[in-house]
Design a protein around this ligand. Structure first.
Ligand SMILES: [Ca+2]
Ligand SMILES: [Ca+2]
Length: 258
């Protein structure tokens, strides 16, 4: 008689699956990767859990070398979800009437560093919204900018049911810090990320007047540039830039700092 193994070849570990699990369930999921290759467990709860699965066969010859690259990637991804997120929240981003779980995960562990220069070249964070995720590069560490802000849910266009997730990146320890802003728009197909770079030497800011526009304000002394973007479907499309000059700039005592 030939026994056919009908269990899944490996534990499922998409971001969407993992985001829905509790800490206890994540621990089981992580260990399931090893259990499917026959590992035994000394923890009584894990041992009894897997003993109850019809696919499980403890194998005294088990070795971690049996793990595939996909298995190791799965364990790493479960580990990522077991860490406290950099930020989490809940909002109905896609406007389907159901709240979406929002999580920002430190895929690169250096993001938890207090050393603000650790991620100058970019550290990967993963933004998970409902069943979708997107990787983005963060250039400053949590020690520098998370904790006081800066992820928040906004509503760029109140005439549609969707909302947007906005993450501002800004160093706290410079007088005129550069800044970046990521805007995340969720559709039924994908989570889309769009990044805005501050142009001025001064901090600049974003304005969301609540009419479908996002306005990027850059102080480029003695001018102020206002660049307008309009939300079209899932994308912010550039409309143009208006430059105004600070009237004080013509005064002999006026000096642009920096
Ligand atoms: Ca939703
Ligand atoms: Ca909206």
């Amino acid at each position: 008689m030939i026994l056919l193994w009908t269990g899944l070849a490996q534990a499922t570990c998409s971001h969407a699956d993992l985001a829905a699990l509790s800490a206890a369930e994540l621990r089981v999921r992580r260990n399931e990767v090893f259990a499917r290759h026959g590992r035994s467990f000394s923890s009584a709860d894990l041992a009894s859990h897997f003993a109850a699965q019809d696919w499980y066969r403890a194998d005294p010859d088990y070795d971690d070398a049996r793990l595939s690259d996909a298995d190791r990637a799965c364990v790493a991804r479960v580990n990522l979800h077991e860490q406290p997120p950099l930020w989490q929240g809940e909002a109905d981003l896609d406007g389907d009437g159901k709240p979406d779980a929002l999580k920002v995960l430190a895929t690169d562990a250096r993001l938890g560093s207090k050393d603000d220069s650790a991620c100058e070249e970019g550290c990967t964070a993963t933004v998970v919204v409902g069943g979708h995720h997107v990787d983005v590069l963060f250039h400053w560490t949590t020690g520098a900018y998370f904790g006081t802000k800066t992820a928040k849910v906004v509503d760029i266009d109140p005439s549609d049911a969707r909302k947007e997730l906005l993450i501002e990146h800004r160093r706290q320890d410079w007088e005129d810090p550069p800044y970046l802003t990521d805007v995340f728009v969720l559709t039924s197909e994908a989570l889309n990320a769009q990044r805005f770079h501050g142009e001025g030497y001064d901090s600049g800011r974003l304005e969301i007047p609540g009419d479908g526009r996002l306005i990027q304000v850059d102080d480029v002394c003695p001018h102020t540039d206002r660049t307008t973007w309009k939300l079209v479907d899932w994308q912010l499309v550039k409309q143009g830039t208006e430059r105004t000059t600070n009237p004080g700039a013509s005064h002999p005592d006026f000096v642009c700092a920096g």
